[in-house]
Design a protein around this ligand. Structure first.
Ligand SMILES: [Zn+2]
Length: 310
């Protein structure tokens, strides 16, 4: 039996499957353990900066994060994040710096999750998404939301503490829903966002509002963006999307009306597609396939029944 995280061609969806790294959260407050782990010769460290890290191609054609032992890592007074340990006992850290280090060799290059997420192993993609999510949260939450004082990093990057009022602040994740809507003829509803290029159609999506269930958010967002009413809503799976801090919650939703009225603010254009119409649009170049890393592509493939791209 295939699961939703497997594409029809057998590949897994980036960022959705277990990475093989245990986050080992119980060590985060143990400074002596963290110091010993940092200086252990098998420990591996990479630098994250602006959502990017250095990646390199291996001789056998894979792409991996460029990681070094801690003693080779750049000296930093800035943030050190403990990301976890793997089954072999290797400990992983990310250093957050203002810039990435110089390239180690010709093929090493800076890359973010959008470019490298689908190329990296599950372990490396998991490490990078964890580090990027912490970096984004640290960057945007430097001051206490209770009293306004500057906060300090704690728990190996997973807490910020306020020295003035004692508040502890934890990394936040913003739930967002993303849904493939189908009608009674089993056509799929795809829309083009206002800022997307011509031909880029994908599933509808939006943020969950305060005091709202995720199922309610699906119904509301579809109604707001394209004026269609949906009834049955089925949860499919999730994907971390730290741009800057979203968690994408994927759904299949069944429409009870078919008249489309786009809002013109978020969605510029929306259409119902049969499978034949979608295939023809891709083959003619009229439509661009969804980004490889995105859960949106997987939702469309679940409906379509086979890979959209090789
Ligand atoms: Zn405070």
């Amino acid at each position: 039996m295939t699961t939703w995280t497997e594409r029809p061609n057998g590949h897994s969806i980036p960022l959705t499957t277990p990475s093989g790294v245990d986050r080992a959260a119980h060590h985060r407050l143990d400074e002596a353990w963290l110091a010993a782990a940092w200086s252990h010769p098998t420990t591996r460290v990479f630098v994250v900066s602006g959502g990017q890290a250095l990646v390199d191609d291996t001789p056998d054609g894979r792409t991996e994060l460029v990681m070094t032992p801690a003693f080779e890592a750049p000296v930093t007074e800035t943030h050190r994040y403990f990301l976890g340990t793997d089954a072999d006992g290797v400990r992983y850290f990310a250093l957050q710096k203002d810039a990435l280090p110089g390239r180690i060799d010709q093929s090493a290059r800076p890359a973010g999750l959008r470019e490298a997420g689908a190329l990296l192993s599950e372990r490396d993609a998991g490490l990078l998404v964890h580090a990027v999510a912490l970096e984004n949260w640290q960057r945007l939450h430097r001051f206490c939301s209770r009293c306004g004082e500057r906060t300090v990093i704690a728990a190996a990057g997973h807490i910020r503490r306020c020295p003035a009022c004692g508040a502890e602040h934890y990394p936040r994740t913003d739930p967002a829903v993303i849904m493939l809507v189908t009608d009674d003829q089993d056509r799929a509803l795809l829309g083009r966002q206002v800022h997307w290029p011509e031909g880029r159609f994908s599933t509808l999506a939006g943020f969950v509002e305060p005091g709202e269930s995720i199922e309610q958010a699906v119904v509301r967002e579809v109604a707001e963006e394209v004026g269609v009413t949906v009834g049955d809503v089925e949860y499919v799976g999730s994907q971390p999307w730290p741009f800057p801090s979203s968690l994408m919650l994927g759904f299949m939703a069944r429409a009870t009306t078919s008249q489309i009225q786009v809002d013109g603010e978020e969605i510029h254009e929306a259409r119902w597609f049969s499978r034949d119409e979608l295939r023809a649009a891709y083959e003619s170049g009229e439509m661009l396939p969804p980004y490889g890393i995105s859960i949106a592509g997987r939702l469309i493939e679940l409906w379509y029944g086979k890979p959209l791209t090789p």
